[in-house]
Design a binder for this molecule. Structure first.
Ligand code: FES
Length: 127
């Protein structure tokens, strides 16, 4: 029998990003906006302000588990100040690493952040 999952299975940094998420909300007059989802129904909205090929601001709204919210919060921090090419190179592994790791069973949850970057940048290119 597998043991139930506990909040204490997350490290302090993950819990901090869950309890005090950075950059929650929507960027006003966003230059890019997208929704991303994980197969279990969790959802993340990412909005970006982009000036001269650089991401000046990133904000998120996520309906999801602790790992999805912490990953969303962290990715907004990682995106700020990056060029679009650099942002496209970010993966969920970078997000997990910046968070100091996630429990194995929660690694998949971080993929939502990577999907949101790609979707938001695709939206930017369409405009
Ligand atoms: S359980 Fe759905 S994203 Fe974590």
């Amino acid at each position: 029998m597998t043991r139930p999952f506990h909040l204490s299975d997350y490290n302090k940094k993950v819990l901090d990003h869950y309890e005090n998420p950075r950059n929650v909300g929507r960027v006003a007059d966003a230059d890019a906006e997208a929704m991303a989802g994980n197969p279990d129904g969790d959802r993340m909205r990412l909005t970006l302000r982009i000036r001269q090929g650089v991401i000046e601001a990133a904000k998120f709204q996520t309906f999801g588990c602790v790992a999805a919210i912490a990953s969303s919060s962290m990715v907004t921090e990682l995106l700020r100040g990056r060029t679009l090419d650099d942002a496209l190179r970010l993966t969920n592994r970078d997000v997990v690493e910046a968070l100091g790791g996630l429990p194995d069973v929660k690694l998949e949850c971080s993929v939502i952040a990577e999907k949101a970057i790609r979707a938001a940048l695709a939206d930017y290119r369409k405009r």
